[in-house]
Design a protein around this ligand. Structure first.
Ligand code: ACM
Length: 364
């Protein structure tokens, strides 16, 4: 019998940045994919053939994602790609995969209101994260919320949804400010002064990447205390909290389908395997878990179809479920999005997320 490495591999493309402003989170997504690939190959691959990742680093430069997707499809002859964190980068990949009829797995929360037959959406949308977070903030801290975001499509669109949800609950937006993706700590000092003056009940942050770390630190430096007026976010994950440090992150809130602290056998197995491969679990995030789960779901679909064909794989994926580290997830056959768990967690004094609330049923 042939070993699996001597058989022709199934090539898949990975487009996650390991350099640049969103590399903390995208590295965790890449690791999630690599772990799943290792696990699948250790069990003999798919139908006896190993998965072989072909990866490029777009360096967090939005235009590069589209160019590299084209390269993967045209030069490397790969028609299944996993990638992207920022919505702006997804928007670059979208026309490429549609034109070439490739299948693109997007394992990141986003602003919603999009559908492409060529995309499988694996992250949360506003109804899965913004709505429960807005209600939690209003019930726990109060109704006056200040918005701070990075300046691109995801923050602006998700703030539009958040504003509507807050208004419906009698809430008020007390400020709305956007920053360049490259913003540094000093750039945030003016808005932090403004927040101290306005005294909102909570801050809703859609600042992403390295700038997110700078913003939390600037808030802490100015005397901001998450235990009194938290920064609430959908994008501040374990990796960013680790970089911010426990003192400046205590009390802050994140809504996501998955946290490293989820207490379940599936998550313990996932974390153990991650630690064995990468030496530590400090950077495991909801986007890492989503990538890991999407690679496994793709492999199960490929097992069924026996060929990398966009139509056949989509058919197999729509309606498929998976016992993910976060709990059971399922791809909605009507819109290619994923039914996910919905959790809200607060950072404790040791820099760990403690889950405060869970919406019981997976929602889409
Ligand atoms: C995002 O840009 N979808 C986080």
């Amino acid at each position: 019998m042939k070993g699996i490495s001597s058989l022709e591999s199934w090539k898949i493309g990975l487009l996650f940045s390991v350099t640049g402003v969103t590399s903390i989170i995208e590295r965790s997504q890449l690791n999630g994919a690599l772990l799943a690939i290792d696990q699948i190959n250790a069990k003999g691959g798919v139908l006896g053939r190993p998965l072989e990742p072909v990866r490029y680093d777009p360096a967090s430069v939005v235009k590069r994602y589209g160019e590299l997707a084209e390269k993967l499809i045209v030069e490397d002859k790969i028609s299944v790609i996993f990638g992207c964190y920022m919505s702006s980068s997804r928007k670059e990949v979208l026309p490429v995969v549609e034109r070439r009829n490739a299948l693109f797995f997007y394992p990141t929360l986003y602003e919603g209101f999009e559908y492409s037959p060529n995309v499988i959406y694996g992250g949360a949308c506003p109804n899965q994260n913004s709505v429960p977070l807005a209600n939690f903030l209003m019930n726990t801290y109060g109704k006056r919320v200040f918005f701070v975001g990075s300046d691109y499509i995801y923050p602006r669109e998700s703030n539009r949804v958040m504003r509507n949800v807050l208004r419906q609950g009698g809430g008020e937006v007390t400020g709305e400010v956007y920053f360049d993706l490259e913003a540094e700590a000093a750039d945030f000092s003016v808005v932090v002064d403004e927040i101290m003056k306005v005294k909102p009940d909570a801050i809703f942050s859609t600042v992403v990447g390295q700038a997110c770390i700078e913003f939390y630190k600037a808030y802490h430096l100015a005397g901001g205390d998450g235990r009194k007026c938290p920064i609430a976010s959908l994008t501040t994950n374990e990796g960013e909290i680790d970089a911010i440090g426990p003192e400046a992150s205590a009390g802050h809130i994140t809504a996501a389908p998955y946290f490293r602290s989820v207490n379940s056998p599936a998550n313990r197995r996932f974390l153990k395997a991650y630690e064995e491969k990468f030496g530590s679990t400090v950077d495991v995030t909801s986007c890492c878990e989503a990538t890991y789960s999407q690679v496994h779901m793709f492999a199960l679909a490929l097992e069924e179809t026996g060929e990398i064909d966009t139509e056949c794989l989509r058919e197999a994926l729509l309606g498929a479920s998976f016992d993910a580290p976060q709990g059971q997830i399922k791809i909605d056959p009507d819109n290619n999005h994923t039914y996910l768990q919905s959790r809200i967690a607060k950072v404790d004094n040791n820099g760990e997320f403690v889950i405060e609330a869970k919406v019981r049923r997976a929602i889409t």
